[in-house]
Design a binder for this molecule. Structure first.
Ligand code: TMP
Length: 211
């Protein structure tokens, strides 16, 4: 039996992560794999409370370092309580965002030194890294327009356009630096085209794992 994999989905707001996650879930389960679908920040009762703190507007003036550390606090709990036990029990894990989001948002977006993030990544995760990351890439304007139609903007969605331009650029740099892990999807295209590529990518990955 091949070992279970840890798959993550990334992208700026309005990139279409929810649709992508559902497609991935269906394809992975269709190959007979058990699967935990989860998200960050969140995924545990404590993590979901931290998510409310991070996304809500009660702490609008939060320091950048506080934001970074709360992201990793939620992640530590998530790894301890859900992700590692699931992988150890043979289940695949599909996560809506993970540490690439920290590099993109807190690193490139807020301007925190990437080496600090790397230190926290090593500390909190040990050697754990995603096996596959789908990056849904699209122009910021289009993403924000799509996201804006959904609900009142959260603390991140309220950031200026320039912030999301840095986040997008960050994600693209991360993908360029780790091409064996990342698959970049042009999410500006029609839902049909995007869905087809997502399905192709995960099917190929599953084939490579002999599933
Ligand atoms: P979403 O997952 O519903 O899109 O919202 C989560 C928000 O949190 C999103 O704006 C990105 C942000 N975020 C970070 O800034 N750093 C992180 O490490 C993670 C996981 C999310």
């Amino acid at each position: 039996m091949s070992r279970p994999c840890f798959v993550t989905v990334e992208g700026i707001e309005g990139a279409g992560k929810t649709t992508c996650l559902e497609l991935l879930r269906v394809r992975i389960e269709a190959r007979g794999q058990r699967l935990l679908v989860t998200r960050e920040p969140g995924g545990t009762p404590l993590g979901e409370e931290l998510r409310n703190v991070l996304l809500g507007h009660r702490h609008d003036g939060m320091a950048d370092d506080t934001e970074l550390l709360l992201m990793f606090a939620a992640r530590a709990e998530h790894l301890h309580a859900r992700i590692e036990p699931a992988l150890a029990a043979g289940s695949w894990v599909l996560c809506d965002r993970f540490t690439d989001a920290t590099y993109a948002y807190q690193g490139f977006g807020r301007g925190i030194d990437l080496e600090r993030i790397r230190a926290l990544e090593d500390w909190v995760q040990g050697p754990r890294r995603p096996d596959l990351t789908l990056l849904l890439d699209l122009p910021v304007e289009l993403g924000l327009e799509r996201a804006g139609k959904r609900s009142a903007p959260d603390r991140f969605e309220s950031q200026a356009m320039a912030f999301f331009e840095r986040v997008r650029r960050g994600y693209r740099e991360l993908a360029r630096a780790a091409p064996q892990r990342f698959r970049v999807i042009d999410a500006a295209r029609s839902l049909d085209q995007v869905s087809r590529q997502v399905v192709d990518e995960i099917d190929r990955f599953l084939d490579e794992h002999g599933l």
